[in-house]
Design a protein around this ligand. Structure first.
Ligand code: C2E
Ligand code: MG
Ligand code: MG
Ligand code: MG
Length: 290
């Protein structure tokens, strides 16, 4: 009896597995088609300066318009990473972000940086450098208005290789940010040697930043960054209390739904036209004046 049910169970699992393999292949093909047909787009989320409340940067985040459904990266990045399609997606994103930023600048909006997330697989070849050069040339965007976001995990995967590519990118004048800082394991000596332009404080620290322990960690990150002449951007800022804490503790820039969620390019242009989208609370203004 046990044997028989075992065999049935095996048959059942095999069928399930086959179905899920089919579903994954279908998802991959569909994503590949989507990329080719222009169904991917970037949504743009502003980063505001803590002193002026002005937009100084914008992060481009990939979205997939699959029929009438807007699919978020969490649902398609895993398969894109497994199949290396992520390299094509990131190269597309770099070009799209440069083009869009140049369009904003040419229409007279205040100049801001645009940032793009770069997955680890992009550091397996030297194609990234060529794509960045081509994207800047084709769009006419000056390199200082492009920022590339990499995670600590990406850097530590193959330090020498990544370092060589990041240095080449930096020598073009492109800015480099460490994304999700504090959640991976990066070597502090590497941080010191390389000279990153921006350190993005992960949302997990920001969430409870007004509590003493989380606040202490965040203050230490801000202190470390400022010693290294590196700007700090807090991610996922959702409340005025978090923003006030961050602004008065020296975090240079903030990004999150409090200011704006990621928006389609046309809606983000409207925010850019307003330029100042946040006012530092009055008590904090006197605090930071000292
Ligand atoms: P990330 O680079 O750390 O981006 C921040 C994520 O936090 C975004 O999620 C953003 O929509 C979300 N977010 C922003 N403000 C808030 C807030 O106030 N509260 C909360 N709860 N969330 C907020 P999204 O757009 O779903 O992207 C998720 C991740 O996918 C990104 O994390 C990034 O690692 C990756 N990603 C997105 N686009 C690309 C891309 O073009 N290429 C690559 N390689 N990765 C991408
Ligand atoms: Mg990012
Ligand atoms: Mg992040
Ligand atoms: Mg993240």
């Amino acid at each position: 009896l046990a044997k028989r049910s075992g065999r049935n169970a095996a048959r059942f699992y095999t069928r399930e597995l086959a179905a899920s393999v089919d579903a994954r292949i279908e998802l991959e093909n569909s994503l590949r088609r989507g990329l080719r047909n222009g169904d991917l787009c970037l949504h743009y989320q502003p980063q505001v300066d803590r002193h002026s409340g002005r937009i100084v940067g914008i992060e481009g985040l990939a979205r997939w318009q699959r029929g009438d459904q807007l699919v978020l990266p969490g649902e398609f990045l895993p398969i894109a990473e497994e199949t290396n399609l992520i390299v094509d997606i990131d190269h597309w994103a770099i070009r799209a972000a440069c083009r869009q930023n140049r369009i904003w600048q040419q229409s007279g909006l205040p100049p801001v940086r645009v940032s793009v997330n770069i997955a680890a697989a992009n550091f397996d070849t030297d194609l990234l450098l060529d794509t960045v050069i081509a994207a800047l040339e084709d769009s006419g965007l000056a390199p200082e208005f492009l920022e590339l976001e990499v995670t600590e995990t990406t850097i530590m995967r193959d330090v020498q290789r990544t370092d060589r590519i990041l240095r080449a990118l930096k020598s073009l004048g492109v800015r480099i940010a460490i994304d999700d800082f504090g959640t991976g394991f990066s070597s502090l000596s590497y941080l010191g040697n390389y000279g990153f332009n921006v350190l993005k404080i992960d949302q997990s620290f920001v969430r409870d930043v007004t509590e003493p322990n989380q606040g202490a960690i965040t203050r230490a990150i801000i202190g470390l960054a400022s010693q290294l002449q590196c700007r700090t951007i807090a991610e996922g800022v959702e409340t005025e209390a978090q923003a006030a804490w961050l602004a008065s503790n020296g975090c240079d820039e903030m990004q999150g739904n409090l200011f704006s969620p990621p928006l389609p390019a046309s809606e983000c242009a409207r925010l850019l036209a307003r330029n100042t989208i946040w006012t530092i609370p009055r008590q904090q203004r006197t605090l930071t004046a000292h």
